[in-house]
Design a protein around this ligand. Structure first.
Ligand SMILES: Cc1cc2nc3c(=O)[nH]c(=O)nc-3n(C[C@H](O)[C@H](O)[C@H](O)COP(=O)(O)OP(=O)(O)OC[C@H]3O[C@@H](n4cnc5c(N)ncnc54)[C@H](O)[C@@H]3O)c2cc1C
Ligand code: SF4
Length: 510
């Protein structure tokens, strides 16, 4: 018997393994405390992963594959990958072991060690999902001080001939980023939230409660949006093309109190579990655009393609070429605790309250909420990157370490000293107000730096620049901000720092 292991984020029906029914092959999937407990996860994330794994098992069975599915509460489950595998190998007299390359360093390491302890042949195969191979990542991401997304992105566009005219980008430019910065003020109308399938998931909810799995956030079966099957994920993709793509690029950076999704696709869970592939997603989006060029502008499509072909693949390159030391980086030497309100939503700062509550209620926040509200505040508050990582890894349904870590520690917290981002993504209230309507309903005054009602972001921003100025002294992109800092009169700066100190000493009171 040959054992083939399918991990929870390897639900790729189109993997070559499944092209034919092979006799003597056993496909193994396992629900384990090892995976539910390595971080406290959002309850919807747990339900989505286990629900999708169970569905995948039904698909394999329906196609005639022989499977072994270990449920979380099965008495024979030892809740640990290696012990479970050893038992199955013995029980089924397994004489060869195969697995797809894990995307997480933790699992890759664990499986490599396990294989070296076995006396039967073992084989690692590609997961057949990503657009850049490990070899290409190694070639592009080693031996440089900084890795510019733009060049990587162009390489990928050329490689797959996406939005290209020969060697040149369609529309004469590679990047329409400058068109992606509109504030949403009530129009254009945002289509209804799309639920790709209706499923009763209370059995899974009960399972986690009965097994006392520690989780965060809330679960309402009526509002559960995550696709648990490839069919549902493809429906979500169709919906995106038909209803959302038309305005995706324009409002990519917008934020609004009443609108959780705006024109975002919500495809990250389907992608990260590999139910759908990045290439099929962008090809479908481009094909839809080609049929609808009269109403959809190239800038909307390019903005979307850049996220998947550019950012998503690029983050994976950073992860695999920088791990394991990347996980320990703390260039800015930040050591504060994450405020409790990240876990409760109890804060008077409206932008944070809205973004935290979105995250706890839906296991989702869109990119700018993650980067410019939640990440921004954590960085201004000089929180230890370990604490920030733990929160981001647990709270989102799409959070898997290979993509969460470079986004959080790199892009958002600048803990990698600029490997991902040329300058830290920090801002005071002016940016938040420019891109959203949070400030309109806030206790604090977005324009003030000082006084009891002054927006905390404003004093924290200048305090952060002042505290960390030596780190940025040679950074050209920070030169203007440092010059502005220097222009603040000494007395005012000292008052700003006193206010910031007060906020940092008790952030949950603000
Ligand atoms: C601090 C922080 C943490 C993040 N953690 C995660 C995470 O754990 N998992 C995750 O998938 N994304 C993460 N992101 C990236 C991004 O915020 C999410 O991919 C996106 O919000 C998912 O929602 P969507 O599917 O509606 O995306 P859309 O806005 O519709 O974008 C389309 C797709 O592009 C991809 N994408 C967009 N931006 C990025 C990016 N920066 N990195 C990688 N892929 C991207 C995603 O696959 C996404 O589904 C994080 C970003 C930040 C700033
Ligand atoms: S005033 Fe400050 S705290 Fe309030 S919503 Fe605006 S940026 Fe956030």
């Amino acid at each position: 018997m040959k054992l083939r292991l399918v991990l929870g984020d390897q639900l790729n029906e189109n993997h070559p393994w499944f092209n034919s029914i092979e006799k003597g092959v056993l496909y193994v999937q396992m629900e384990m405390r090892q995976e539910t407990d390595y971080a406290p996860h959002h309850i919807q994330k747990l339900i989505a992963f286990f629900g999708a794994m169970r569905h995948f098992n039904q698909v394999l069975e329906a196609h005639g594959h022989q499977t072994y599915y270990l449920k979380l509460d099965a008495p024979e489950n030892s809740q640990d990958l290696v012990s479970n595998l050893r038992k199955i190998i013995q029980q089924y007299e397994v004489n060869s072991f195969e697995y797809q390359s894990p995307d997480e360093y933790r699992l890759s390491h664990q499986l490599k060690e396990f294989c070296s302890s076995l006396s039967i042949p073992t084989t690692e195969v590609d997961s057949d999902h990503f657009m850049a191979s490990q070899e290409e990542l190694q070639e592009y991401f080693t031996g440089k001080k900084q890795y510019v997304l733009e060049f990587f992105y162009r390489k990928m566009r050329k490689k797959f001939n996406l939005l290209m005219h020969g060697e040149q980008p369609e529309g004469g430019q590679w990047n329409f980023d400058k068109n992606n910065r509109k504030k949403w003020k009530g129009s254009p109308e945002i289509p209804e939230v799309f639920y790709p399938e209706k499923k009763t998931l209370t059995d899974l909810y009960r399972l986690f409660k009965d097994q006392k799995v520690v989780s965060i956030g809330s679960f309402d079966p009526e509002n559960f949006i995550y696709p648990l099957s490839r069919v549902a994920a493809l429906k979500q993709l169709d919906y995106f093309c038909e209803k959302l793509l038309i305005h995706f690029g324009d409002y990519q950076d917008a934020m609004h109190t009443e609108e959780l999704n705006l024109f975002h696709s919500r495809l990250s869970f389907g992608l990260n579990t590999k139910m759908i592939s990045p290439l099929e997603v962008v090809e479908k989006v481009i094909a839809y655009y080609r049929k609808n060029t009269a109403i959809i502008a190239l800038s909307q499509v390019e903005g979307f393609v850049r996220q998947i072909v550019g950012w998503r693949e690029y983050m994976r390159g950073i992860y695999w070429t920088q791990m394991p030391h990347y996980k320990k980086k703390n260039t800015l030497k930040n050591f504060n605790k994450l405020p409790d309100f990240y876990w409760t939503g109890k804060t008077k700062m409206n932008c944070l309250k809205q973004s935290v509550c979105n995250s706890l209620d839906h296991a989702y926040a869109h990119h700018i909420q993650r980067l410019m509200i939640l990440g921004n505040f954590a960085l201004l508050a000089q929180v230890h990157p370990d604490e920030v990582d733990a929160w981001f890894l647990g709270v989102y349904a799409d959070a898997v370490e290979w993509v969460q870590l470079p986004n959080t520690r790199g892009m958002s917290q600048w803990a990698d000293g600029g490997i991902v981002a040329t300058k830290p993504y920090v801002s005071a209230a002016a940016y938040i107000n420019k891109m959203g309507n949070y400030c309109e309903g806030c206790t604090y005054d977005k324009k003030k730096r000082l006084g009891a009602d002054a927006c905390p972001f404003n004093s924290l921003y200048w305090n952060f620049l002042d505290d960390k100025k030596e780190h940025f002294a040679k950074n050209n992109r920070m030169a203007m901000m440092l010059r502005l800092l220097e222009k603040i009169p000494g007395e005012e700066l000292s008052a700003i720092k006193t206010r910031a100190g007060k906020i940092l000493s008790q952030p949950d009171a603000f």
